[in-house]
Design a protein around this ligand. Sequence first.
Ligand code: HEM
Length: 501
Amino acid sequence: MVLWGPVLGGLLVVVVGCLCLPALLRHRRPQEPPLDKGFVPWLGHAMAFRKNMFEFLKGMRAKHGDVFTVQLGGQYFTFLMDPLSFGPILKDTQKTLDFIKYAQELVLKVFGYQAMDGDHHMIHSASTKHLMGQGLEDLNTTMLDSLSLVMLGPKGPSPDASSWHEDGLFCFCYSVLFKAGFLGLFGYTKDRAQDLQEAEALFAKFRRFDLLFPRFVYSLLGPREWVEVSQLQHLFHQRLSVEQNLEKDGISSWLGCMLQSLREQGTDSSMQDKFNFMMLWASQGNTGPTCFWALLFLLKHQDAMKAVKEEATRVLGEARLEDKKSFAFTLSALKCTPVLDSVMEETLRLGATPTLLRVVQKDFVLKMASGQEYQIRRGDKVALFPYLSVHMDPDIHPEPKTFKYNRFLNPDGTRKVDFYKSGKKIHHYNMPWGSGVSICPGRFFALSEMKIFILLMVMYYDFELVDPHMPVPPIDPRRWGFGTSQPSHEVRFRYRLKPMQ
Ligand code: HEM
């Protein structure tokens, strides 16, 4: 027994040595970007990165410039901060950079979903068919019905709907968008009231998973939280199971088409349940938080609110309830809202903070717009963090921290697409949806549903901040890099349905 101590100690030394050795041996080679391994063996800068990715990367850029390699948990990430040089990374035609294998590992860990090689293509082609063009027009009708159901209730507004109600703005937006999006995409049963209750209960679980999500991805959960996460995963697999879906009407063509492809390729039903969980996450994790930021900015900038309301009245006319149960809303008006489009682009510029990651498949030379060249090693990861390198660049977006509702409008009221860096026209001036192979396939649908919600709010509701002087809350630093950011605290507001004849 006494011998076990030294044996285990020896084993530990060997394991730690094996983990740290490659890091100790790694040195910057000629023509490689500056290498910053940090002081902690193997972990490198992982703790500072996970604590506040934005501040960490800002510090690294100040120290090393526009390209640098950092060690994070035994892996090497090369961050590229010059958006004029993004082209070769995003339009990689040589298949030097891979997104799919990396994504497959992530979805296996987070959703339990074992992806197949054709999945990425299948998801994007189903989305092109059903979340864009004519498919999107059909889905918009469904989303309007879902939003009416969630906001007005199954029997239409209750007698007290025109009295003031107080709530947290973040929770309100997230909950409404989640319930409407979930019902619109995953379908209804015959009992609308029960569907609403089920969606409400599912949102509570979704929110719990959402709160644990960043630390789960970084493997930082405590033992109890691990248990909780696996219970939540199990619950979602059950609640979203294909068996339960069979009893539903109106499952969206988008989801139906993808599930059919999975069946055709022989994916078993338990794996399809996991696929549904992954799609629930992708479709519902960002729209609610984005609408929170949009409504908050409108409330804090009355000139923007006035411009959006004027545009809404111009394209949609006066607010009116149909059969006292649903909102009158001409969906074609969504194509004629340049002011609201600019508000959404500006909100996403300030609120969306995705990280774009690619795994390097073979050694390659990164050619910068300046002409400088860097050697990048096979096995490393190349990362873009556009929030810092694009959205917050004062050269591209003057006063980048300020919300300017007309930033994306030309003086003649058309959409502004001309932005410059160092005097050169820049293609990637706002990247909330990612870009290249991993661009969000739901972006057109997301914009439509968020715009319908915002328009319904400004037309049909009175709403105001409980404390109009309260500053906009800072972004929760633990969520940098994970899609749309969330506020570090809730904002109280009150709302009521405008009294109507
Ligand atoms: C404000 C709302 C949204 C934002 C900001 C957003 C953003 C993003 C981003 C940045 C990615 C790429 C992630 C990466 O590079 O790893 C992504 C992927 C994805 N998004 Fe969205 N998204 C939104 C809403 C939606 C909606 C409503 C849907 C579907 C109905 C959707 C479906 C997807 C899917 C399926 C993927 C994975 C695509 C793949 O595997 O390549 N998203 N989204």
